[in-house]
Design a protein around this ligand. Structure first.
Ligand code: MN
Length: 291
């Protein structure tokens, strides 16, 4: 018997949140949702044409035990970290950062003429990788392949595989797929998904439906978590439908979360706090750049 198509299990409208030094953003899911999105921990969508909403940025702060994935749609975010990386993430660029045992970085949106917008996703690390050596991938827009189908759908592949195209972010422990999908008005899209993997989508623009039986549109700004099934399918409404589609292998491990640090046990959080206090949080300082 063939597994069904994935249908929507739960919808998340997003919650207005102030983060960093005073950045207004919309939080799709976070620690209250653990373990629903396992291995994904958090999705924030930032976006504003008012610099007062974002200029305060995210000054120097630590991370341990997770990967942070920043995808800028519009505008620019300057960053620097204790690995020695620094630069600017511009429109269409992705930064995939493995904090591993510890990194301290800053992420500072720059004043822009139009809007600043983008996403940050937190991807959990398996217990055995939480104290791994930090690593950093910076991918500029031209390095991220886009697949166009006969039906006019365009799929930007950051991680995972779509058709014959493999995204440039590889070797991530939870085997993620990260796609930016643009389906023209009336068009369709489908992606086979491994059994047991978590899958969710976030509607960026327009509206459309997912799955074989759902008829209620998903609107821009909504995040939907899919139930089990062999594939995610989408149909675009009359304005087209652009969405992020993310899948990954769940870890099924305990989550101990304090702010920007996500470990497995409370005592690991205490250790991290003590190391921050004592100034020995950073175990690796040399520049390491992959990809
Ligand atoms: Mn950060």
């Amino acid at each position: 018997m063939t597994e069904p198509l994935r249908s929507i299990a739960q919808r998340f409208p997003g919650v207005p949140t102030v983060e960093g030094a005073g950045v207004r953003l919309r939080r799709s899911f976070s620690n209250p949702e653990v373990p629903l999105f396992d291995p994904f921990l958090l999705l924030d969508r930032f976006g504003s044409s008012n610099p007062a909403d974002y200029l305060a940025g995210f000054p120097w702060h630590p991370h341990r035990g997770i990967e942070t994935v920043t995808y800028v749609l519009d505008g620019r975010v300057a960053h620097g970290d204790t690995l020695g990386n620094e630069g600017v993430i511009g429109p269409g660029d992705v930064q995939w950062m493995n904090s591993g045992s510890g990194i301290i970085h800053q992420e500072m949106p720059q004043r822009t003429e139009g809007a600043l917008s983008g996403f940050q996703l937190w991807v959990n690390l398996p217990a055995k990788e939480k104290m791994s050596t930090p690593a950093y991938r910076g991918l500029s827009a031209p390095e991220l392949p886009t697949v166009s189908t006969d039906g006019g759908t365009a799929v930007k592949v950051v991680a995972g595989t779509y058709g014959a195209v493999v995204g440039p972010v590889q070797g991530i422990p939870v085997d993620p797929t990260y796609l930016d999908v643009s389906v023209p008005a009336g068009g369709a899209f489908d992606l086979p998904t491994p059994t047991g993997y978590t899958a969710f989508a976030h509607a960026i623009d327009g509206r459309g439906t997912f799955g074989g039986t759902d008829t209620e549109s998903v609107e821009s700004g909504e995040t939907v978590l899919f139930g089990p099934g062999r594939a995610v399918t989408a149909h675009a409404g009359d304005r087209g439908f652009r969405f992020l589609l993310v899948t990954g292998r769940p870890l099924h491990e305990p989550v101990a979360w304090y702010g920007p640090i996500v470990m497995n046990t409370r005592s690991e959080l205490v250790t991290a706090m003590q190391e921050l206090d004592h100034g020995d949080f950073i175990h690796h300082r040399r520049p390491i750049v992959e990809g």
